[in-house]
Design a protein around this ligand. Structure first.
Ligand SMILES: [Zn+2]
Length: 139
């Protein structure tokens, strides 16, 4: 999967305005009519990036896939769960799940309330290198 933000040279948190401006600039620069070298594939990628990131729904799905992809390559995942599958400790205000190594995956309740529409939290085991992938769903 391509990193559309890198292609457009912008931040992950960039506003629609920034996306519009930088993609417009790049499209002009890479336009096949304006260049002697063949960079039509760049042009197509930039168009793709622009179309995806300027569509709120598409961007949301894309952001999620990008995040998932990045974390999957960097972290071993123990399990994927929904937040309501975790146990809740009312004293500490934390969700938790036991790892097979005997350690714990702990998520502060505050982390789960920051979710916008759908978000993913990766919680490290207190004892081993595995992470728990927790999907938060909009309330
Ligand atoms: Zn563990």
């Amino acid at each position: 999967m391509d990193d559309y933000y890198k292609i457009l040279g912008i931040d992950r948190s960039s506003s629609t305005d920034v996306i519009k401006k930088s993609s417009q600039r790049l499209l002009l620069k890479h336009h096949p009519d304006k260049s002697t070298i063949d960079n039509s594939s760049d042009f197509i990628k930039i168009q793709e990036a622009r179309a995806t990131l300027l569509d709120v729904d598409k961007r949301e799905v894309y952001d999620r896939q990008l995040k998932e992809q990045e974390l999957e390559v960097s972290k071993p995942i123990y399990s994927k769960v929904e937040v309501n599958e975790l146990e809740f400790d009312q004293e500490t205000n934390e969700y938790f799940m036991e790892c097979r190594c005997g350690g714990l995956y702990i998520v502060d309740v505050k982390e789960t309330t920051n979710a916008t529409v759908a978000d993913i939290i990766f919680s490290p085991c207190t004892n081993c290198t595995f992470h728990l992938e927790i999907t938060l769903t909009k309330k």
